[in-house]
Design a protein around this ligand. Structure first.
Ligand code: GLY
Length: 390
């Protein structure tokens, strides 16, 4: 199935069950507590909190999201990406656990044709109700796992609505590693769908619950590319991206760096389309960092000509490339020489950053690859005293 077919299958299914389709919000969050839209439910936050009534008790959407927390895993795992599209069904003081679970199961198996025997689920460690409901839906007990707050509690990562969740996984088989379910292997057991049972007002952390929400609500997120990957039998999520063959051809490589370039270009395009320009803080810096990482990985693959701008046809990217190429080459050379000598003094890290414009994040990354660690606290102290002097 292609993305259009997956979307329409999802919307037909939930449309038949009374859900109103809403357009996605911009990937640049209108919510100042977030840099980027990180889930389909972001735009519905006031409905969960009871600040405004929803336009309908059942909603559905397809939402482009950006999450950079896993940036270091991109290219090395098969499942991470810095941007993705999330399909979701949402309910406000309407249906709750049973319907969310049974519909997710039905759609994955009857709608998308996944083998029920390869599905696994997790529930929040104390959520006996969900455990029993999965059993009642005919799910074998040995494929239901309980996990803690890290895995099975969901919030936007900022104060607001939150709740325990239950996730559905697909077993991709032994070529993805050892058996034992999602609690032991997240590559083999690929998380497809997260069902969040919104019930709490979360404070500054997921451990800090301020009280109950005014109603019990549902928020779900199904990763479109992950589902497409499973349906196509592919391995890495970047394989689905039309940019991949172009980057492979350009570099003659299939290494993780190729997937990093593809991932970062895809997210950069999304941000550029949403009106973000590369710059030195906030959202603009995230974009700049993605482009610089993509450049570095192209250099690693031996492509030192400015090709990113051409690859995605964007003048801002070409400008960014022209501005950073010399810095990248010079900074890398200085850094490599130090690492070859076997030490990485914090003064050098600071000088690279401040004098040569070579970002500390990039130094950290390259150092880590060679088994060195940047003294980040020392760097921050040097930065602070430099700022106070100037
Ligand atoms: N809002 C559910 C999720 O992002 O997984």
């Amino acid at each position: 199935m292609n993305p259009d077919e997956i979307r329409s299958t999802f919307f037909d299914f939930f449309g038949d069950r009374g859900h109103l389709l809403l357009p996605p919000s911009s990937v640049v969050s209108s919510d100042d507590s977030l840099l980027f839209t990180n889930a389909g439910m972001n735009q519905f936050r006031p409905y969960y909190l009871g600040e405004r009534p929803p336009p309908h008790r059942r909603l559905m959407s397809s939402q482009p999201c950006v999450r950079t927390v896993d940036i270091d895993n991109i290219g090395y795992t098969t499942r991470h990406s810095t941007s993705f599209e999330m399909l979701g069904n949402f309910a406000f003081s309407d249906y709750f656990k049973l319907e969310s679970m049974s519909w997710a199961l039905k759609l994955l198996t009857d709608g998308f044709g996944l083998d029920r025997d390869r599905l696994w689920v997790t529930v929040f460690s104390t959520d006996d109700e969900s455990f029993v409901l999965w059993q009642k839906l005919g799910f074998p007990t040995d494929r239901i796992q309980r996990l803690g707050i890290e895995d099975n509690y969901w919030s936007m990562g900022v104060p607001g609505p939150g709740g325990p969740n239950s996730e559905l996984f697909y077993d991709r088989g032994p070529s993805f590693g050892r058996s034992g379910g999602p609690s032991v292997n997240s590559e083999r057991y690929l998380e497809l769908w997260n069902l969040v049972f919104m019930q709490d007002v979360r404070g500054n952390s997921d451990e800090e619950i301020l009280g109950p929400l005014p109603g019990r609500h549902v928020d779900t997120g199904l990763g479109l590319s992950r589902l497409q990957l499973v349906l196509s039998g592919g391995r890495h999520v970047q394989e689905l991206d039309p940019l991949l063959p172009k980057v492979r051809e350009l570099t003659g490589s299939s290494s993780p760096s190729v997937r990093i370039v593809v991932d970062h270009l895809r997210t950069s395009l999304l941000l550029l389309d949403a009106g973000v320009a590369p710059g030195n803080d906030g959202r603009s810096y995230v974009l700049r960092r993605l482009l610089r990482r993509a450049m570095r990985h192209l250099h690693l693959l031996g492509v030192t000509d400015p090709v990113l701008g051409q690859l995605i046809g964007h003048p801002l990217v070409s400008r960014e490339e022209r501005a950073f190429t010399r810095t990248l080459v010079r900074g890398q050379n200085i850094l490599q020489r130090a690492l070859d000598r076997g030490s990485l003094p914090v003064e050098l890290v600071f000088k690279l950053h401040e004098t040569h414009g070579f970002p500390v994040e990039l130094t950290e990354e390259i150092a880590r690859e060679r088994g060195f660690k940047v003294d980040r606290a020392g760097f921050d102290t040097l930065m602070a005293s430099h700022r106070s002097r100037s």
